[in-house]
Unconditional design. Sequence first.
Length: 70
Amino acid sequence: MDRDLTIPELAELLQMSEKWVKRRVSARAIPHHRRGRLVRFTPDDVRQIRDMDAEPVQTAPTLRLVRRAA
């Protein structure tokens, strides 16, 4: 990938919705570049976004419900 990507192209590459990408751009949660009103993602931006997603997910311990004897 040698060129900058648009929102729809990034969404397809990441297998996410365009809405997901737009929300993160609006929140400045993912790296991007604005050219006037246009939003573009450089190859370096895409690498950073993929690295952000590479962190392991922390899960909460599961709770077990125990029935009390009547």
